[in-house]
Design a protein around this ligand. Structure first.
Ligand SMILES: NC(=O)c1ccc[n+]([C@@H]2O[C@H](COP(=O)([O-])OP(=O)(O)OC[C@H]3O[C@@H](n4cnc5c(N)ncnc54)[C@H](O)[C@@H]3O)[C@@H](O)[C@H]2O)c1
Length: 325
C-alpha cells in the first residue's frame, strides 16, 4: 500500500459515528459419546476454573493478541490447547503498518500454556490452506485425544479507502478473514461430527456490526462470518455443535495499535484515536484488553452456554448499544 492510501482523509466525525475500532477493525475422546447439551449442570461445572477440564481447543492466530489471551484463558479453565499461527511476519502480502507474528511469539505462547500445566501443541499453518488445516486437525486429534472447541480468531487488516483499494488488498483480507474461518470450520467438522459434540467461536468485530469507513474489505469479512456462523449453527445443531460469534471493539493488540489503523481513520496518533473511541463507547474506556475478549469466548466455549448457538456476543464497551438490533 503506498503512503497515499494511508492518508485517508476521513474526518474525526466520520470516525466517531462510523465506529473507528472496527476498523481497528476431548473432551477426551472417550467422553465423546456424551452430548454436551445433555450434561447436567453441577456445582463442579459452575466452578469457572475447571469448566473446560478435559476439553481440547484449537485457537487460530494464537501467537499473540486476542488469540494468545484466549489460549491462556481456556487453559486456565482446564483445556488442552493447540496453538496455530502463520508465524511469519510477512506471511500475507500487502499488509503495511504492522506485521504478523513471529515463530518466537508462537513459541512463547506455547510456553505460557505449558506453564499452566496443560498440554500445548504448536502448529505453524496458514488458515488460507485448507489441506494444512485438515492436517492440523488430524494432528490435534491424535496428540490430544479429540477436538472440542474451535476459536477461529486469525485475522488481518489491510487499510485503504475503497476507491483506491486494489483487488489484491481486497482478496487477501477475504482469503484470511472469511475463507480462513470456513477452512478452520471444515477442518474440525469431521471430528466434531464423529464426537456428536463441538463448539465453534468465530472472532468478528464491531466492523461486522456496522459500516466502517477505511476498511471495507475487513468490514465485509466481519459481516460475512456472522452470516456464516448463524447459517452453520442452523445446519450443525443436530450434531450437537454450537456456533457463536464474538464481536469486539478496539482491543489493545499489535493489529489495532498500528500506524495503519489510526492513519486510515484520519487520525495522527494513538492518543487521538483513543479520544475518539472514548466518545464512541458508553463505558468510560477507550480500548479493551485481550482478556476481555478471551473471557467472553471461554464462556461461550463452556457448558454454561450449552443452549446458546447462532449468537453474536458484542464486547464493545456499550458502543454496541447504537446497533439497530
Ligand atoms: N484488535 C482489535 O481491535 C480487534 C477488534 C475487533 C476484532 N478483532 C479481530 O480479532 C482477531 C485477532 O486480532 P488481534 O487484534 O489479536 O490481531 P493480531 O495481529 O495481534 O493477531 C492476529 C494473529 O493471527 C495470525 N495470523 C494472521 N494471518 C494468519 C493466517 N493466514 N494464518 C494463520 N494465522 C494468521 C497473526 O500472525 C497473529 O498472531 C482478528 O480476527 C481481528 O480481526 C480485533
Amino acid at each position: 500500500m503506498n503512503d497515499k492510501k494511508f492518508q485517508n482523509p476521513l474526518t474525526r466525525r466520520n470516525v466517531v459515528l462510523g465506529g473507528a475500532a472496527g476498523i481497528a477493525g476431548a473432551a477426551v475422546f472417550a467422553q465423546s459419546q456424551k452430548t454436551e447439551a445433555a450434561e447436567p449442570t453441577t456445582v463442579a461445572q459452575n466452578s469457572s476454573s475447571g469448566m473446560l477440564e478435559g476439553k481440547v481447543a484449537l485457537v487460530t492466530g494464537a501467537a499473540r493478541g486476542i488469540g494468545r489471551a484466549t489460549a491462556i484463558e481456556l487453559a486456565q479453565k482446564g483445556a488442552d490447547i493447540a496453538l496455530l499461527d502463520i508465524a511469519d511476519p510477512q506471511g500475507v502480502s500487502n499488509i503495511q503498518g504492522y506485521r504478523l507474528a513471529t515463530e518466537a511469539e508462537l513459541d512463547e505462547a506455547v510456553s505460557l500454556i505449558e506453564a499452566e500445566g496443560k498440554k500445548a501443541v504448536k502448529i505453524i499453518a496458514d488458515v488460507r490452506d485448507l489441506a494444512a488445516m485438515k492436517q492440523a486437525a488430524q494432528t490435534i486429534t491424535q496428540q490430544l485425544g479429540g477436538l472440542d472447541i474451535l476459536v477461529a480468531n486469525a485475522g488481518i487488516a489491510i487499510w485503504s479507502p475503497f476507491a483506491e483499494m486494489t483487488s489484491e488488498q481486497w482478496q487477501n483480507v477475504i482469503d484470511v478473514n472469511l475463507t480462513g474461518v470456513a477452512n478452520s470450520m471444515w477442518a474440525v467438522l469431521p471430528q466434531m461430527q464423529q464426537q456428536q459434540n463441538g463448539n465453534m467461536i468465530i472472532v468478528s468485530s464491531i466492523g461486522g456490526r456496522q459500516g466502517v469507513a477505511g476498511v471495507t474489505n475487513y468490514a465485509s469479512t466481519k459481516w460475512a462470518v456472522i452470516g456464516l456462523a448463524k447459517s452453520a449453527a442452523l445446519e450443525l445443531g443436530a450434531d450437537n455443535i454450537r456456533v457463536n460469534v464474538v464481536a469486539p471493539t478496539a482491543v489493545d493488540t499489535p493489529l489495532y495499535r498500528s500506524e495503519g489503523q489510526y492513519l486510515s481513520t484520519g487520525m495522527n496518533s494513538f492518543e487521538e484515536q483513543d479520544e475518539a473511541m472514548l466518545g464512541y463507547h458508553s463505558l468510560p474506556i477507550p480500548i479493551v484488553e485481550p482478556i476481555d475478549i478471551a473471557r467472553a469466548i471461554a464462556f461461550l466455549a463452556s457448558n454454561e452456554a450449552r443452549y446458546i448457538s447462532g449468537m453474536v456476543m458484542d464486547v464493545a464497551a456499550g458502543g454496541n448499544a447504537r446497533y439497530t438490533a
